[in-house]
Ligand binder design. Structure first.
Ligand code: UD1
Ligand code: CA
Length: 455
């Protein structure tokens, strides 16, 4: 194994004032720690050891089997956190990339460059640093007269002069194993926070006559460590802009980046136009030549090429090619809308399949329904799927015509090419090519109205 990443994710994140472990707060729709795991992989890590403690079970569940875990209990500081990986890495001889679980904007390529620089330098440890106009809260890099790194001092332990230093510790390090674990045992917690600081490894190695290095990155965004909700919002803004830029560069038109929210795992085909006030979330995949929005929210939705959706909320469902839908449409989970389907206004579809070219133009509820192709659903028609105890399915064949304001009381089946008269309440199956009429016969009483109003 060439390189292992250790990801620190055991801290409480007191400053977040949250019940949720800090590293599970989302940026771009994904828990921060997942962004960090992804960056570690992009940087070439063969294995990730995530240090968990506060909210350990929740973090373990979120990440699952893609990584290894080491538990830090109690949490006595970042140095103490890294020590917990010793058992897991007992036989490992090589470079460890240490990352914090609260830095969601890490860039894998930039990390890979850092690792390469560290390896070339032959140092026992390297720290990634950057310069910030407002370095408040970060550890400061102390350099000697020859400009070599001498150590790192935390904000809370810094003198007034040290606080003016603008070069900060990003919290990202490369260290060599097994030497790192030997040095970690020499750390003390004699500091303002009474913690074992990982940052002290640099000074300790230096004291032991070892070579330590610092690599400066210009990418200030990527090192943004999230300690508060304000920083969380800041990271969200940076990531959002990056994602928007990526899709614009890939040939997607985003009419108003200021009102468009696209999460990290979304995919969009080129020549698609995203109109204002649109949210694309989760594993949403949009095809080419689509028009999405305005005012649409798609969560885990697959959309085929050439589809136009406006004023729509869709989640956990699939929409085919060349579909038009909206305004004011709700597509609920486990729904599959076939190609060339036309969905008009005020339509809800839930747990249903709608076949190719079918039309649902206005004011309908389609629930628990298997609908064929070429069906016309008249205005105001409702699939009556719930009897107060259980849900039942409705089956509609191909080329069925459902007249306006019909109720299909499930379980019920309409055969291919059948016709339901407008205003029917259908409780019995309608055979193929038959007419189903389920309404009271009309009676006209001559002169009745005239008399009524004259009285
Ligand atoms: C740390 C660095 C600081 C650096 C900053 C960059 C130390 C002492 N300080 O400060 O120099 O500028 O990151 O963002 O390392 N954690 C554990 N166990 C613990 C304590 C923390 O796993 O006992 C984890 C946290 O979950 C977090 C990470 O380590 O993901 C960093 O801890 P945090 O308390 O945020 O450190 P900072 O004060 O930001
Ligand atoms: Ca931090």
């Amino acid at each position: 194994m060439n390189m292992v990443a250790i990801i620190l994710a055991a801290g409480k994140g007191t400053r977040m004032k949250s019940e949720l472990p800090k590293v599970l707060h989302c940026v771009g729709g994904k828990p921060m720690v997942e962004h960090v795991v992804r960056a570690a992989r992009q940087a070439g890590a063969d294995k990730e050891v995530v240090i968990i403690g506060h909210g350990a079970e929740a973090v373990r569940q979120q990440l699952g089997e893609q990584v290894e875990f080491a538990v830090q209990e109690p949490q006595l500081g970042t140095g103490h956190a890294v020590m917990q990986a010793e058992d897991t890495l007992r036989t490992f001889n090589g470079t460890v990339l240490v990352l914090c679980g609260d830095t969601p904007l890490l860039d894998g390529e930039e990390l890979a460059k850092f690792v390469a620089r560290h390896k070339q330098s032959g140092a026992s440890a390297s720290v990634l640093t950057t310069y910030l106009d407002n370095p408040f809260g970060y550890g400061r890099i102390i350099r000697d007269r020859n400009n070599n790194v001498h150590g790192i001092v935390e904000e809370k332990d810094a003198t007034e002069v040290q606080k003016k230093i603008k070069e900060i510790n990003t919290g990202i390090y490369c260290m060599e194993c097994p030497e790192m674990f030997i040095i970690l045992k020499r750390l003390s917690n004699d500091n303002a926070q009474g913690e074992y600081y990982l940052t002290d490894v640099i000074g300790k190695l230096k004291e032991a006559g070892k070579k330590v290095g610092a690599v400066v990155t210009q990418d200030r965004d990527m090192v943004l460590g999230i300690n508060s909700r304000r920083q969380l919002a800041e990271a969200e803004g940076v990531l959002r802009q990056r994602i928007l830029n990526k899709w614009m560069d890939a040939g997607v038109t985003i009419m108003d980046p200021g009102s468009t929210f696209i999460e990290a795992d979304v995919e969009i085909g080129n020549d698609t136009i995203i109109r204002p006030f649109t949210w694309l979330e989760g594993n949403t995949k949009i095809g080419r030549n689509c028009e999405i929005g305005p005012n649409s929210r798609l969560t885990n939705v697959e959309v085929g090429d050439g589809t136009h959706l406006q004023f729509i909320y869709a989640h956990d469902c699939r929409v085919g090619q060349d579909v038009t839908a909206g305004p004011f449409v709700h597509l609920r989970p486990d729904t599959e809308i076939g190609d060339k389907v036309k969905i008009g206004n005020f339509i809800e579809v839930k747990n249903s399949r709608v076949g190719t070219g079918s039309k649902l133009p206005h004011l309908s509820y389609i629930g628990d329904t298997d609908m064929g192709s070429g069906v016309n659903v008249g205005c105001g028609s409702i699939m009556v799927n719930y009897d107060g105890k259980q849900k039942h399915r409705t089956k509609v064949g191909n080329d069925v015509f459902i007249g306006c304001n019909s109720n299909l009381v499930a379980p019920v089946e309409l055969g291919d090419g059948s016709f339901v008269a407008a205003g029917s309440t259908i409780t019995k199956n309608v055979p193929a090519e038959a007419l189903g009429v389920g309404r009271a016969k009309q009676t006209n009483i001559e002169g009745w109205a005239k008399k009524y109003f004259e009285d």
